[in-house]
Design a protein around this ligand. Structure first.
Ligand SMILES: [Zn+2]
Length: 76
């Protein structure tokens, strides 16, 4: 497979359903789900980022783990 991780150049381990916001967060149309190839390192990074409430940035969007809640809460 010549597929590459969506966030880096490594060989992806799995495909993950992620939520991406590529527009104003208060606009419903800016939010969508996408299944992207992702390597273990980036997957771990994005999972940990979500757990601490951080956002995983990658041009041109803000990425979140898709299986929990897509939209970031306003808390904190
Ligand atoms: Zn990666």
């Amino acid at each position: 497979m010549s597929e590459r991780c969506h966030f880096c150049a490594r060989v992806p381990a799995v495909r993950y359903a992620l939520t991406v916001c590529d527009g104003p967060p208060d606009e419903a149309g800016a939010w969508r789900h996408e299944s992207v190839p992702i390597c273990n390192i980036c997957r771990r990074f994005i999972v940990e980022a979500r757990e601490i409430g951080a956002v995983f940035w990658s041009q041109p969007g803000r990425w979140y783990m898709g299986y929990a809640s897509g939209r970031a809460s306003g808390a904190g």
